[in-house]
Structure formats: C-alpha cells, structure tokens
Design a protein. Structure first.
Lengths: 97, 484
C-alpha cells in the first residue's frame, strides 16, 4: 500500500484538521514510514486469533436509571467560548433552507 | 533539617513525631520550586496559596488525631488530570485556560487523604510522547543533566520529584509514560494494572491503555501515593470493583523462592551496553537475595510497537474528536462551523495531529480490518505470551528503556526513533499486566538506569515487594540530582 497526498487530504478532512502544503508532505512521509513499519504485523498468522478490544473482562457495567446530582449549568458553561442562557452558542449546523 | 532532602516516608515520620508541620514542608517545597524550577521547568502551574491552605488544613486534621498515607504531604499532579478550579491543559494550547469544574477521582482521593497539591506538572501534549518535548508550552529538563530529557510523557512529574520539588507525584502511563521517565530520573515509577486507578477526570488519550501511576524516590514513597489514590469508582465503568489490598504491608523484603523470568527479547542489539550491564547485575542481585532466575521468552515482543502505534492512535483519534472549540478551550472562529472546527483544531501540535491522522486512517473504511483489526488480534498474541510466562514465573525482570536519557532535540526530527524509547514498556499496557521501574545504576555520564519489574494482572504486591527487597540491598536511590 502506498499512501498518496490525496489520502492525506482525505484523512485530514475526516479528522477535521486543516493542513498546509508543507504539513501534508511531511505527514505523507512520516505516516508512510510508520505504516510500513506496522506492515510487519502481516508476517503473523492471525487467522484463528480472537481480537482483544478491552484490557478487562468486564462487560456491560450498568447502574439503575436514576437521576443523580451532576454539574450545575453554571459549571458546565463556565469554560464555554460563547453561551446563551443555558446553552452553548455555536454557528449553524444546518443551512437555513 | 533540610526538609527537601527527606523522602516522603521520612517526612511522614517527622510529621508524626511533631518535628515539623505540613505548612513548613509545603513552604520548603515552594521555596525550592522558586530556586530550582526556572532551570528544570517541571511545573506548568504552581498553586502557592491553595497549597498552603491545604497544608494548614492537614495540620489541623493531624492535630485532631487523623492519619493517612499522605496526610500533609506536598505532591504534584500531571497536567492531564483534572483539578477543580486549577487550570488543566493536557500540555496543549487547545485547552489553554481550561478550568475543570470537577476533580478527577484520583484528585478527590488526594483531598480526602489530606495531601497537599503543589501544582500541575508538564506533559507531552495529550500524553503523546516519550520526552516531554511535545508539550506546547516548554520542554522540561532532566534534573540529573539539564541538557537531557526527563523522559515522557510524565516528564514534569518525574523531574519535580527527582528535583525534590515534590515528595511524590501522579503521572499517567499509556505506553510507558510513568516507567520510562522514572528510569531516566532515578525514581520508582509504578504503572498499576488497568482498572486499579479510576480514569474519571483523566483526560483521555487511549482508553484501553491509559492508567494513572505514581512516582516516588523510594518504593515506600511510591506505594504511599498509590495506596491513597487507588480504589473503585462507579463513574469509571472499567474501574475494578474489588476491595483494595494493603500494599504497604506487602513490603516485607523477603524474596526467597521468588521465580523471576528474564525475557531474552528484551536484550537487543542497539541497546546501550551500560544499560544491559546494570540490569543484568541487578538481576544477579535478586538471585543473591534468594530469587530463582530463569530465562523466558515473550516471542511477540517485537510486534508490540506496531500494535501500539495502531491501537493507541486509533483510540486517540476518537477521544480527541471532542476538541472542537464548542464547549471549552479556545474557539478560533471560522466563517462557518466546519471552518471553526478546522481552525480550532489547528491548535493541536504536530505529534498530536500525526497520531490523529494515523488513527483515522487505521479506522477508515476499507482499512479497518487490515490495520486496527489486525492489531487487536496481535494484541491477543502479546497478552498470551505473558499469560504463558506467568505460569512459569512470578515476576519478570527486564530493562525499562534501551538507553538512558537522551539529549533534548536529539530525536525530535524522526518520530519512529522517539517511539523506540518505549519498546520495553508498551507490552505491559497491551497485555493488561502491571509494571514498575526502579533505580539500578548509572551510566558513565552519571545518567540513571532503570530496572523494570513486570507482574501479572493485579499482582502489584509481588513486584513492589521485589523492588523493595532490591532497594534495601542497594544505594542507588540515595543519590540526589544536582539540577545542573
């Protein structure tokens, strides 16, 4: 597999990162080197091996669906760049039409 | 008495006997920070007034007859752990000015135990790094030689303790970020089993690998802080719901009959000869103390690095998606929401962006199975290596890092060369075992060398006791860094 500049642009778009031309070229080089190093995993036969997704064997840790004290609205909005009443204020997500 | 020369354990004794107070010890630490930290640069934030208030309150509690493992002891907290009312940046510009509205569980525990929080220490941005050079604020120096790195990502915490600007400190270890700085700074650094330390309030990097760890100048110091901060937290669904053992009482120092495995894959070409020498000598010492040494094999060791550098960035790409300028941190306003996201996220440093990109790619459609999926399977093979080894041995002894502290700027141009610093520590996180590093010598430049002890899942007592036995028979931990 060969990473291309287009791939780098596509990944950056998915990750909501804005990169300069220089950055794109540097990352292309560095990511290619890392991915090539990672390709050594292909030397192993993992056909019958189950994946380990979690460090623990716990499953479905639950609690009762009861409301408990949490943060006050003031606390929640304390670090907000912009807020309005009890809401975070941001630019439109959807177009008006 | 120069309070900054005392270990945490010695301070505790002095407090208990009424020879000093928490206020005096805190002031001594604050004075030393003023005198020394302009050279070492371990702290991002020093909370003088708050610390002295906590010290006064601890002295009052002591006067009322209270006692805990860290009552009145001044400690430092890595800036990736949320402290209510005290700026927490994760070493990043994207959280500049962020004041958490709550304490992390481990910080709540510190307050309950009456510890004094001196301030927040420097870290590689979002805990991504092995030298603390990726901090968006400044680089921390190694107190043993200021031109060298203290290790990372918990380099600030390690430097603060090694520089005697805190009696102990909290760090986090996702791929070695407590053990490796401990080895570079002549400290004991413990990375407990996943689940021992709640991740609630710990800014997430890789959720299946992150774990809070503790630094101390001695094993007992490291354990005192660990004992105070470990425990079940229902707000972290990966938190271990079991009674907490008394780890302090496990430090008996007798290791007769302890079976110690030495993995051949951890002694590789390209590692610094003095490191190999010191570690092998330390293993001989364990044998002198009655341990039974045997060579073992962990055949998939060489795959740990590529596995880690697929899994950790993949998890990070998801965890760092929340930094978008909407709810906290700076907002760089663009012409529309998408531009605002992009311009705000331009505040991430290069290593963070690199890992987000790597992770995004590994998880993207068409590549998920080939990269992330495969890495998860090899993770199982690595875990199985350890399970098999622990049928033969009680603990594993190995180097912590292939080299001693490298020079500031030496590895920043080549990311892969930086990643190699964690080659011996990564497997522990992947396999959900526990590990620690402790001092076992110095190279001919006077730089510390660390011995790593690895225990099976939840077997911290075994490695702590072995570390204690070794420490009692040696003097490495008594040397003090010159901060020059």
């Amino acid at each position: 597999m060969n990473l291309t500049l287009q791939d780098v642009e596509k990944i950056a778009a998915l990750a909501r990162l804005e990169l300069s031309q220089d950055e794109k070229e540097t990352y292309l080089e560095q990511l290619s080197a890392i991915l090539e190093y990672a390709a050594r995993l292909n030397l192993l036969d993992t056909e019958e091996v189950p994946p380990t997704t979690s460090a623990v064997t716990l499953q479905n840790v639950m609690r009762e669906d009861v409301v408990e004290p949490s943060l006050s609205v003031e606390d929640v909005l304390f670090n907000a760049p912009e807020s309005f009443q009890s809401q975070f204020l941001i630019q439109a997500v959807l177009d008006a039409d | 008495m120069d309070l900054t020369l005392l270990t945490l354990t010695e301070l505790r004794e002095a407090l208990r006997r009424g020879e000093t107070s928490s206020v005096e010890a805190t002031q001594a630490m604050l004075d030393r920070i003023v005198a020394t930290d302009n050279r070492v640069k371990s702290y991002l934030t020093v909370a003088d007034e708050l610390a002295l208030d906590q010290a006064r309150s601890a002295d009052e509690r002591r006067a009322r007859g209270e006692e805990t493992t860290v009552l009145g002891v001044p400690v430092a907290v890595k800036d990736i752990i949320c402290t209510k009312g005290l700026e927490t940046t994760a070493g990043s510009k994207i959280l500049e000015g962020f004041i958490p509205p709550y304490d992390a569980f481990v910080v709540e525990k510190l307050r309950e135990a009456g510890a004094v929080i001196l301030g927040k220490t420097n870290t590689d941005e979002f805990a991504m790094g092995s030298s603390t050079e990726n901090s968006a604020y400044f680089t921390t120096s190694n107190p043993w030689n200021l031109t060298r790195v203290p290790g990372g990502s918990s380099g600030g915490s390690a430097a603060a303790v090694a520089g005697r600007m805190a009696y102990a400190a909290l760090g986090t270890d996702t791929g070695g970020s407590v053990r490796q700085p401990a080895s570079f700074c002549n400290l004991v650094g413990l990375r407990p089993t996943y689940g021992r330390m709640s991740r609630w309030g710990v800014i997430a990097f890789a959720s299946s690998l992150d774990q809070v760890g503790t630094f101390g100048r001695t094993v007992a110091d490291c354990v005192a802080l660990f004992q105070a901060t470990t425990g079940y937290d229902r707000r972290d669904s990966t938190s271990l719901n079991e009674p907490v053992p008394d780890f302090e009482s496990a430090l008996v120092g007798d290791i007769h009959g302890l079976r110690v495995g030495v993995p051949r894959e951890y002694f590789i070409d390209g590692m610094q000869p003095e490191v190999e020498q010191a570690v092998r000598t330390a293993i001989d010492k364990l044998a002198d103390l009655g341990a039974e040494i045997q060579e073992i094999t962990l055949p998939h060791t060489r795959y740990a690095l590529p596995v880690y550098y697929l899994i950790a960035p993949a998890e990070a790409s998801a965890n760092l998606a929340r930094y978008d300028g909407v709810r906290y941190g700076p907002r760089v306003r663009g012409e529309d929401l998408l531009q605002t996201y992009r311009q705000t996220r331009a505040l991430f440093g290069p290593e963070v962006k690199r890992r987000i990109m790597l992770g995004t790619y590994a998880l993207s459609a068409g590549y998920y199975d080939a990269y992330y999926g495969r890495a998860l399977k090899v993770r199982t093979l690595i875990k199985n290596d350890f399970l098999a080894a622990f049928e033969q041995v009680d603990i594993i002894a190995a180097p912590t890092s292939p080299t001693t502290a490298f020079a500031i700027g030496e590895r920043t141009a080549d990311p892969l060369s930086m990643y190699l610093a964690d080659t011996f520590t990564l497997p522990v996180n992947l396999a959900a075992t526990c590990g620690l590093s402790l001092p076992c010598g110095f190279d001919n430049q006077g730089l510390p060398i660390g011995l790593q002890l690895i225990g099976n899942t939840l077997q911290e007592s075994k490695i702590l006791n072995a570390a204690f036995a070794y420490e009692q028979a040696t003097e490495w931990h008594k040397r003090l860094a010159a901060c020059e």
